[in-house]
Write a protein of this length. Structure first.
Length: 135
């Protein structure tokens, strides 16, 4: 049972990585460079390079959940949909999607991803943060 964190070096993904590390829960951070702050394990993953989509599953075949922060793209579903399909085929059972407070299933951007996950019928949660405060 391993969690894949996309956007794992950002605000929310980095916080999640620290929490999972403290709880001794296995996780992999997906980054464009394949690097993450020590002591975290990272793999190269780039939304603009579909050839990197398999990298997390090759690094850790026990990935069964994903924290999903989608890319900024005009046709976001054309980018993220194939990754979701691959993840499900690799055994992913749960997706936690980060959207925005104004997003709804089918609305532009993350809303399209939300609707796609809904249609897949797997376990999911959608996070809709409003504000981020930095310490």
């Amino acid at each position: 049972m391993t969690t894949l964190i996309t956007g794992g070096t950002g605000k929310t993904g980095g916080s999640l990585a620290r929490l999972l590390y403290a709880a001794n829960h296995p996780f992999v951070i997906a980054t464009r460079t394949g690097q993450a702050p020590s002591p975290f394990k990272a793999v190269r993953f780039d939304w603009n390079e579909p050839s990197t989509f398999e990298n997390p599953f090759n690094a850790d075949p026990s990935i069964d959940r994903i924290y999903l922060l989608g890319p900024s793209a005009v046709d976001v579903l054309a980018v993220v949909g194939p990754f979701i399909d691959l993840a499900i085929s690799k055994g992913v059972k749960r997706i936690v999607l980060l959207t925005s407070s104004q997003s709804s299933p089918g609305s532009p951007g993350p809303g399209l991803i939300h609707k796609y996950i809904l249609e897949k019928g797997i376990d999911y949660t959608v996070l809709k943060p409003t504000w981020f405060m930095r310490k």
